[in-house]
Design a protein around this ligand. Structure first.
Ligand code: HEC
Ligand code: HEC
Length: 398
């Protein structure tokens, strides 16, 4: 959806020189440069990158060297242990390697209550291609990690490693931590009851079901997910950081957080964001998982301004409210306003029955808080008038 970038580009007729001086000065003054690992981002380079990032508002590539740094990328590498993956300089001591950056998505995937941390490393001198604002393409050699722990005990760390130029070139693997937490071993078949907990690790095949390459592998490292308030980010990379450092090939066409404001009240945003974070990996227009059938419920939140204009213009609303379900026993609609019990979305979230459960894998425990929030949201939606339930708009896509 390049039009998101293109349209907002019209607002970017800045004078390069003046903007550069003002922006760098004001960013330094405002403390917007308080980056997590300053040693990686020496000040002169930051300034060059800031300049590059800020003037890179239009479709022309940002200038100057990006200052994301890295490790050596070895396309043949399929690390057997986490210590070989480039995450740590010292795995047992938990010391991160240079260039590895902490981040967190705004809307997390539910993982049966496990605690999670995430990191990214983009190869030195490379940029993320964000020409399609909703379909970032990562440079070869990009790695992302997600660590799962419970009560301070490390369980597994997952790796996504782009080994070639194509979306199908991602190497996906989970590494299960050993008992002294000195290292973690590859678990291609997944694992059950890890380290005496209930935690189950998905197999390599399971990874693909969610991280299928419709978009380029990474699910939570995206503009909507990274558009977080820098004041609350607590050292985690945000969209503003990426732009300021010139790590994105193109600007985002916006001036800073919130780059992509979401419609609705805080609780509506929580529910719609939850569906985006937990369901949209499969329920999006490009997904192969759903066989391209666009009558499925769609839960992605696009960057497109028109789609974000109001709650009822979002796909989660348009593709579900009063739209008949074809695959869910016991429910008539994807969402029946005012009636959670007749809504496939609620029914599927509130069960772990393998025929119905959504998401269909990688969770054994219902997310009670989220399910209650979705229930309350559906109850709050205005029910159609009597006799109107099967009326216009109730049978198909709207
Ligand atoms: C049920 C779907 C699902 C399965 C199965 C799954 N993931 Fe993910 N994964 C996600 C979602 C959604 C996110 C983004 C949200 C988040 O990080 O909480 C994510 C995030 C990640 C991240 C952080 C980078 C990113 O994409 O945002 C890594 C690394 C990762 N997963 C690796 C794996 C690996 C390796 C496997 C298989 C062992 C796997 N995942 C299985 C859905 C899944
Ligand atoms: C790993 C991919 C994946 C994820 C993640 C996922 N779904 Fe699904 N969903 C599917 C597939 C495949 C189907 C069709 C098969 C079926 O009906 O079970 C489906 C079907 C559905 C249906 C039934 C559609 C109909 O016509 O009856 C609903 C409702 C639904 N999903 C909701 C959700 C919700 C809500 C979430 C997040 C909490 C979610 N899904 C997450 C893959 C996924």
């Amino acid at each position: 959806m390049t039009e998101g970038i293109g349209r907002r580009n019209r607002r970017c007729g800045w004078t390069k020189g003046a903007l550069t001086v003002i922006s760098v000065a004001s960013l330094i003054g405002s403390g917007a440069m308080s980056v997590p690992r300053a040693r990686v981002f020496a000040l002169p380079v930051v300034i060059v990158s800031l300049v590059a990032g800020l003037v890179g508002c239009g479709p022309s590539p940002a200038e100057g060297p990006p200052d994301a740094t890295l490790y050596d990328h070895d396309a043949a590498a399929e690390p057997e242990r986490l210590s070989q993956s480039g995450l740590y300089a010292n795995t047992a001591a938990g010391v991160l390697a240079d260039g590895v950056e902490l981040y967190a998505p705004r809307f997390e995937l539910w993982s049966d209550g496990a605690d999670k941390r995430r990191w990214i490393a983009v190869p030195d001198g490379e940029r993320i291609d964000n020409a399609d604002a909703d379909g970032w393409v990562f440079p070869e050699g990009t790695r992302l990690w997600k660590e799962f722990s419970s009560g301070g005990v490390k369980l597994e760390t997952r790796l996504l490693y782009k080994q070639g130029p194509d979306p199908g070139d991602w190497y996906m693997m989970s590494y299960v931590w050993n008992d002294d937490e000195s290292d973690a071993d590859a678990a291609p078949d997944g694992a059950e009851a890890v380290r005496g907990t209930e935690h189950a690790v998905p197999s390599q095949e399971d990874c693909v079901d969610c991280h299928e390459p419709t978009h380029d592998g990474a699910l939570g490292f995206s503009p909507i997910q990274l558009d977080r308030d820098p004041a609350e980010a607590d050292g985690e990379l945000t969209l503003d950081d990426l732009r300021a450092r010139g790590v994105l090939r193109y600007g985002t066409g916006t001036d800073g957080y919130p780059n992509y404001p979401l419609p609705g009240s805080a609780s509506e945003q929580d529910v719609l964001g939850y569906l985006h974070g937990n369901c949209a990996g499969c329920h999006n227009p490009g997904s192969d998982v759903l066989g391209g059938v666009d009558t499925r419920p769609l839960f992605h939140i696009p960057t497109d301004e028109e789609a974000r204009a109001s709650v009822d213009s979002l796909p989660a609303y348009e593709s579900t409210l009063g739209v008949r379900t074809t695959e869910t026993r016991g429910a008539t609609y994807h969402i029946d306003p005012g009636n959670p019990g007749d809504s496939a979305v609620y029914e599927r979230m509130s069960t772990r029955d393998s025929d119905l459960a959504m998401p269909p894998l990688a969770t054994d425990v219902v997310d009670e808080d989220a399910t209650a929030a979705v229930r309350a949201w559906i109850e709050s939606l205005e029910a159609p008038g009597d006799g109107d339930a099967d009326g216009a708009g109730a049978d198909g896509n709207q």
